[in-house]
Design a protein around this ligand. Sequence first.
Ligand code: DGY
Length: 327
Amino acid sequence: MRPKVYITRRIPEAGLRLLQADCEVEVNPADQPLSRQELLERVRDKDGVVGLLTDRIDREFFEVASRLKGYANYAVGIDNIDLTEATSRRIPVSNTPGVLTDATAELAWALLFAVARRVVETDRIMRSGSWSGWGPLQFIGTDITGKTLGIFGAGRIGTAMALMSKGFHMPVVYCSSSGRRNDILEGEIGARLVNFDDLLTESDFISIHAPLTPATRHLFDHRAFARMKATAFLINTARGPIIREIDLVEALRAGRIGGAGLDVYENEPQMAEGLADLAHVVLLPHIGSATVTSRDNMAILAARNLLAMLAGRKPENCLNPQIFSDI
Ligand code: DGY
C-alpha cells in the first residue's frame, strides 16, 4: 500500500510530483495556514507530513499522528518543532538547509540598502507625486561602504551575508554560539569574533542570522538597543522573537538606533503597534527564501527527506540522527 502523506499547505510542483509518484498525497487546498483543529484532523491517519514554520509540531501533534514515520519541515528554521518529543517517540524529523542560504542573505542586503538609503520611503514620495525636484538637503541617508558589519549568528546564512560585504570593503565582526569560524569568515573575509556586547557597540549594521532558541529569544531588547550606536541599523531575516518588538519600536521612536529592516516578526503576521508608523523601518512579509529556485529546491529537499523517512532510511537533513544510529 502507498504511504499516506499530508502537506499542510501547497508547495511548489517539483516537490509535490516527487511525493505523488510514490505516495497517496493530500494537500491543504486553501492557500492559508490550517487551524490547529484542522491540522490535527488531517494528520491523524498519515504516515508522513510535510509542514511549515507556521505549524506547531508538538506533543499533541505526535500523539494524534500516531502512524507517523517522519516529519519534513519545509523550512530551515525548526523552532516550530518539539524535537525532543519527536526523538523520544523515535520519529525522524528533517529541515531544508543550504538551498535558501544565498536568497536569504541577498534579502538581508536588500533590507540593509533599503533602510540605509531610504529606498522605500522615497519610492512612496515619487509615487505620491509630491517630489518637488532635487535639493541638497533632501532624503539624506547613510553610507554603507567602509562601515562595520556585525553578523549575529555565523552559520550558512550569516557567512553568506558577510561574504557579500566584500565589495563594500566593510570590516566584519561576528558573534557565534559555536565560537571561532576560521574558514570563510576569518580566512576569506578577515572577520573578527567578538562578544555580544562588542557586536552591539562596534557595528554600524547588525544583521541577525541565528536560530530562535531559549538563549536568543528577546536577546535584542531595550538593554541591547541602549548599547548600539545611535546611528546603527538592525536587520532581521531570521526569526522575529529574537527581537523584543515593543522595545524596538520604543528605541526607534526615541532615536536610540538609526533604523531597522525586518522580514520577520514576533507574532506573525501581526506587528507591534507603532512599527508601521515609523519612517526609518523597512518591513517585508517573511520572504527571505521566496525565490523560484530556493522554494523549488526546498520542496524537492522536503520531499526527498520524507520519502527516505517513509522507507525507514535516514533523510539527508536529519535533525535527530541518533534515532538511526542506536537501532
Ligand atoms: C526558513 O526556512 O526557516 C525560512 O524562515 C522560510 O523559508
